[in-house]
Design a binder for this molecule. Structure first.
Ligand code: F6P
Length: 532
């Protein structure tokens, strides 16, 4: 979280109407949590709710971005439904024609809301929200103090008097877990974030701190507190609410985050320091091989880390499946289905290039699911003559179109994979167009190539990925709670387990040409452009 972003919780309380009242607020700015409170002798509950918001907003520098959580529907609705505009034009009349009370505080509040960017959010209330509960206690503590009754129960006094650090019920120090999403995004990242935050909060009262934009946020100390509300409604959303980056290596950090800068700086010590400053006990890294390798390097520096394997490529050896893979395969399959109908209409050979880096998992599974006639994967370097033969043989049997699914990392025997060069950076891609061109040359049939590209990384996760991501997130929290660090969660058979991170970052999982999956594809007549 940058210095100008705040999360504020407020609450008011009153013993009587009117009667002695109090207000309390918790202000989170990422690094620290500030608690403030105050009281009034003869007041009302509504005045105290408003006073809490006024005082809390006075504590943030003008121009701040604020998320303000309150259990007062009246307060939140006023801002979200534009009541003030109505009140100004109708002489402070409520919708029931009554005079709006507490005009002085409303005006102050509107002024403060205007100079800050405030998002008003309704919380359910004390039973459901830890921070709201704390505000309520602060407010009641303030009433008691003003009435010379002392601060009430022990827990309350511990919380009300501690202005530096938020403490959980019973005065225990708050535990914190850090998390970040690194590398290329994929469907299911938000589901994991949600599972970690909810799993940690509900079960162990552990607070989650999310670093923005992968390891960049860790180096630059850019983070947000993730509570129940921050992760509400994200289970089904693609992408990552934290942002990600596949180019910010803290050990070789390039200030502009650019691939094209020549020299990098080792900023790993800043990253370690930032974790310590925020009292984060362990870092959960949700990433593919690159991010997990970085996590492993941090573990060597003494940072307790926990890995969660993600990638659409499914190429991590220590887990049977990574989340994101099923969603990518589903998207690619839907695309192949659509390509099928146009191929049939035009009697064409349609080539579909899918992602997967140097592993053919997406091509194989989507190719099989979409009924691809030819599937080209990096594990089986192909020959154009075999590809053409299969198409010609199909035509002889009256099949006037063919579907070729090609993995971006596939290549003809004796040649190299095709890369696109951008500055110093090489990314796989382009084989689809080359295959399509060669097919036209060798068969005389019309061919078109479609590159699915980043479509495969976007959109909502499948139900399988949502469940797997949730299982992984909860398991990571369990590892944290047990103090099992420097491990990666994984799926073995149908069991979620964990493996040593050291082991998890070794090698690449690729398709075994002799596997049952490949043999099944062959058994239904699929060609791999290879003599198998
Ligand atoms: O690793 C995921 C992946 O989508 C690969 O399948 C693909 O080769 C690569 O990332 C693309 O990376 P970028 O998002 O940098 O183009």
């Amino acid at each position: 979280m940058s210095a100008e972003e705040y999360i504020i919780y407020t609450d008011g309380a009153c013993s009587g109407n009117p009667g002695p009242g109090g207000w309390g607020a918790v202000i989170l700015d990422g690094d620290s949590v500030q608690e403030i409170s105050g009281s009034a002798d003869e007041t009302t509950n509504q005045r105290m709710e408003l006073q809490a918001a006024v005082e809390a907003l006075r504590h943030v520098p003008p121009g701040s971005k604020v998320k303000l959580y309150s259990d007062s529907a009246y307060l939140v609705n006023c801002f979200n439904e534009g009541w003030m505009k109505r009140w100004l034009s109708n002489g402070w009349q409520s919708s029931k024609g009554k005079k709006v009370e507490n005009q002085d505080l409303w005006e102050l509040l509107f002024e403060l809301a205007e100079i800050n960017r405030v998002e008003w959010i309704k919380v359910k209330g004390h039973a459901d929200d830890r921070y709201n509960q704390c505000c309520d206690k602060l407010a009641r503590g303030a009433i008691n103090k003003s009435q010379n009754k002392g601060a009430g129960d022990e827990n309350l006094s511990a919380e009300a008097e501690d202005t530096g650090k938020f403490k959980t019920k019973g005065g225990r120090k708050l535990r914190r877990i850090g998390l970040l999403t690194g590398g290329g995004d994929c469907p299911g990242l938000n589901a994991v974030i949600r599972a970690v935050v909810k799993g940690a909060g509900y079960n162990y009262d552990i607070e989650s701190i999310g670093f923005n934009n992968g390891f960049k946020g860790l180096v630059e100390n850019d983070a947000v507190v993730l509570d129940d509300y921050a992760v509400s409604g994200i289970l089904t959303r693609g992408g990552t609410i934290l942002g990600t980056s596949n180019r910010d290596n803290p050990f070789d950090f390039r200030p502009g985050g650019s691939d094209y800068q020549e020299t990098g700086v080792d900023r790993s010590s800043d990253a370690v320091e930032n974790l310590a400053k925020r009292n984060i006990e362990a870092l959960v890294v949700i990433g593919g091989d690159g991010s997990l390798l970085l996590a492993h390097r941090f573990s060597k520096l003494g940072v307790p880390v926990i890995g969660i394997p993600k990638t659409i490529d499914n190429d991590l050896p220590a887990t049977d499946i990574t989340f994101g893979f099923d969603s990518a395969v589903t998207t690619a399959t839907e695309a192949i289905d659509k390509i099928h109908t146009t191929a049939e209409s035009h009697h064409r050979v349609m080539v579909v290039e899918v992602m997967g880096r140097h592993a053919g998992w997406i091509a194989l599974q989507a190719g099989m699911a979409g009924g691809g006639d030819i599937i080209l994967i990096p594990e089986l370097p192909f020959k154009y003559s075999y590809v053409a033969e299969k198409i010609t043989e199909r035509r002889r049997r009256g099949k006037k179109f063919s579907i070729v699914v090609v993995a971006e990392g596939a290549y003809p025997a004796g040649e190299e994979p095709i890369y696109q060069q951008k500055g110093d950076v090489k990314r796989l891609g382009g084989i689809g167009t080359v295959v399509s061109r060669e097919i036209e040359k060798l068969t005389g049939m019309e061919s078109r190539a479609t590159v699915l590209g980043h479509l495969q990384r976007g959109g909502s996760p499948t139900s399988y990925d949502r469940v797997l991501a949730t299982r992984f997130g909860v398991k990571a929290v369990e590892l944290f709670q047990k103090g099992h660090f420097n491990e990666m969660v994984c799926l073995k058979g149908n069991q979620v387990k964990s493996v040593d991170l050291e082991e998890a970052v070794q090698g690449t999982k690729r398709v075994d040409p002799d596997s049952e999956l490949v043999r099944t594809a062959l058994a239904v007549g699929t060609s791999f452009g290879h003599l198998l």
